[in-house]
Design a protein around this ligand. Structure first.
Ligand code: MG
Length: 369
């Protein structure tokens, strides 16, 4: 196999509802898409980097720069036998996992299309439907939060996650537990707390949460080791885990009991699958997180979520929760039971709507051999 060329493009898409985390409020997504021409077959990848470096160090802009200046020159003219080899070819670029994951996942899509296989089968997935949960952003009032959660429960979602930050933590959880005593509920702090805040996180244990996601610093693995010893509720790590080695360290040190795997955060499907396998061998469940993806990223998340150890509902939700109109056909839909049917078509199993993508494109560049 050889990548004959890649097209980088940036599209802009307004979110139907602004999304607020402990770090920022997002209203319009700037999304970098990659079309990889692999021996004449097109594969699609979507970069999960945000507009600002507030989730991790990468941004839409840095991903474009690194793909253009460093990743493409490493790929250009190189022969390889499967998408699984691409990760190793990019070793000379340190970090920049989101940029790497964009092209790596596009090549996985192309390889699956060439083999006329669904991507999830090529990855070794086992499930024909995946369980869907939602991530609810910080709201202006508790009433608004309750209404938002009610809407998601009525739509069938199996698990509710809410974003928290200092000052907006115990009260929203208390209120939701009062309104919905039996739902699967969890919180995500996106690294908003520090180690001395542990008594507050301990207070959250009164509300029998499934897990507390990434409470401490985005690179503070040791802090989570200390915190997990103090808490009975499982800690789930997200931002801290960029590599297979960090996942192993988290498991061996006891920094968490659950890992949220995001394909983009770890550099593509190859490493995502290795972390999945490592967690499975160590009896640690995983689930697939979301990054406000448009349809192509969402489709890759569905494929990844079919691996056997994705036993907890993920944040892979319906297109219509985020977008007036998605960029794939058909859109991602969630059943009243809170599940997504895994597509049977080749590659990601959804068709990119090229006309719509063109209309949303604000810049585009073809890099070829
Ligand atoms: Mg998270």
């Amino acid at each position: 196999m050889r990548v004959r060329g890649i097209t980088l493009r940036e599209i802009r898409m307004p979110l139907l509802v602004p999304f607020e985390t402990s770090m920022e409020r997002t209203t319009v997504r700037r999304i970098l898409l990659v079309e990889a021409n692999v021996d004449g077959t097109t594969g699609w990848g979507e970069c999960v980097a945000g507009e600002t470096p507030s989730y991790g160090p990468e941004t839409t802009e840095t991903a474009w720069h690194v793909l253009r200046e460093f990743i493409w020159p490493l790929m250009k003219g190189k022969e390889f036998s499967s998408a699984a080899e691409v990760w190793a070819m990019l070793e000379r670029v340190r970090g920049h996992e989101m940029a790497k994951g964009t092209i790596e996942s596009a090549i996985w899509d192309a390889e699956a299309r060439q083999k006329n296989l669904p991507l999830w089968r090529l990855l070794g997935g086992k499930r024909e439907e995946i369980a869907s949960g939602v991530s609810v952003g910080i709201k202006a009032s508790l009433e608004e939060l309750v209404r938002a959660v009610q809407v998601e429960l009525e739509a069938g979602y199996q698990r509710i996650k809410i974003k928290i930050k200092p000052g907006i933590d115990v009260e929203p959880v208390r209120r939701l537990r009062k309104e919905f005593p039996n739902i699967k509920l969890m919180v995500d702090a996106n690294s908003a707390y520090r180690r001395p805040d542990w008594p507050l996180l301990k207070e959250l244990e009164n509300f029998y949460l499934m897990m507390i996601e990434q409470p401490l610093g985005w690179d503070d693995l040791y802090g989570h080791v200390d915190l997990q010893k103090k808490l009975e509720t499982p800690i789930c790590l997200d931002e801290c885990i960029h590599t297979e080695e960090q996942a192993l360290a988290a498991i061996e040190l006891g920094a968490c009991r659950i890992i949220n795997i995001k394909m983009g955060r770890v550099g593509g499907h190859t490493v995502a699958r290795r972390i999945h396998d490592l967690c499975e061998m160590n009896g640690m469940p995983v689930w697939c997180g979301g990054m406000l993806e448009a349809g192509i990223g969402r489709a890759h998340n569905i494929a990844l979520s079919t691996l056997p150890n994705f036993t907890l509902p993920g944040d892979v939700a319906a297109s219509k929760r985020y977008w007036a109109e998605d960029i794939i056909e058909p859109e991602v839909v969630v059943s009243p039971r809170g599940t997504i049917a895994v597509p049977s078509g080749a590659g990601i199993g959804f068709t990119p709507r090229v006309g719509r993508i063109e209309a949303l494109t604000v810049r585009k560049e073809l890099l070829s051999e």
